[in-house]
Design a protein around this ligand. Sequence first.
Ligand code: BES
Ligand code: MN
Ligand code: MN
Length: 443
Amino acid sequence: MLRELVEFLRIPSVSTLPAHDADCRRAAEWVAAELRRLGCREVAFLASDVHPVVWGVGPDVPGAPTLLIYGHYDVQPPDPLGEWVTPPFEPTVRDGKLFARGSADDKGQVFCLLRAIAAAGRPPVNLRFLIEGEEEYGSRVLFDLLRREPERTRADAVLIADMAYVAPRWPAVYTALRGLCYAEISVRTAQSDLHSGEFGGAAPNAHEELVRLLGRLKRPDGKINIPGLYAAVKRPSRAELAAWRKLPFREADFLKQRVRAKRLTGLKGHSVLERLWALPTFEIHGIMGGFTSDGAKTVIPAAATAKVSLRLVPNQKLKTVERQLAAAVKRLAPKYVSASVKFMHGADPAQVRITHPAFRLLDQAFREVVGRGTVPVRAGGSIPVVPALGRSGAPVILTGIGLPDDRLHAPNEKLDLKQLWDGINVFRRFYELLGRGNADARS
Ligand code: BES
Ligand code: MN
Ligand code: MN
């Protein structure tokens, strides 16, 4: 099994880089072959220009509940390459952990869900699959597809394994995901670059204007300076905050082992979990323009661009936040600077009620296999299509077999093999429980 997962992980399916389009296609084909092997009576590439959505329909089991499985075969870029102990697309096992880009996010978890089906020996469940290849840059293709063909999400439950336990031995079920608003902020200060000796002291500098603007968008205390941004933010209930305080999470360990910085930042008066799960963020991802090659060049740049994003929380709306960000940039830029915002992709935040009986079955499966049931938590990350997947009313079960130290999107991403083998047993058991005439699991 490990050999087959390694084969999948070897494919550098980086969706955001056009140079890897053919690799994404190969990863899609790998998924399709796997679905055929599981006996799917229908396997198709949907909306397929570049990164097709792999759609599958399992064997028909009359009267049995329908489960839609969602996952993604694309991965984030692997850079900085120099920091990987072994190359990102040459999966390597060290100390019981499988190191590779995509091992935890999400190829390893997709593999886990699929192998659990084989392990259950064709469970009495009507299976549907939506495994996409654009999750890591906004899921536009799948969004459009689900708008045109919402019936694809018709199911008794949707299962997603694209997250982690909240701590080792503590499986989790997620009640909320943050949304995202990804944008490029550009400024232009002159027609073209200028000699910094001839003009320095009298001409505006695009980088200087951009960093001043970015600096104004967030106050030193962590408060985001975008008018109206916090208006829709729903505070977690007292009960939820109290439950978070009981989780196996220590701020000091989080700083020392996971963040590995000198101190944590963010709004005072809110716990770390509240800052990660229930408050919006503003981050700068990169700044482009000017002279950054080897050597030295004395120039005043005329243009500069920053890639930024905000994370959104219940009940913020992407559309509103886009308007608020554009207005704030316009207001904060001086008159002599032309500033513009280009929106790249985004997602509304997601909220999930975990009252449907299917959640009890997942809890039972984890309890039987790993000795502890699912603890309800939230996620700081985003999965753009989650709100759309739940639109037809099916409960969206968000869980995962990763661990908090898997280093998603970072060098040396890994998946603990024990988590994978346990995970296969957990989901096998979940499919069995769901199929075992648990009529109340049907809506
Ligand atoms: N699997 C993650 C989302 C995630 C990460 C959920 C950690 C819970 C905990 C997903 O693949 C991801 O990285 N999503 C992107 C979406 C974006 C690029 C639109 C994200 O959150 O940055
Ligand atoms: Mn993912
Ligand atoms: Mn990801």
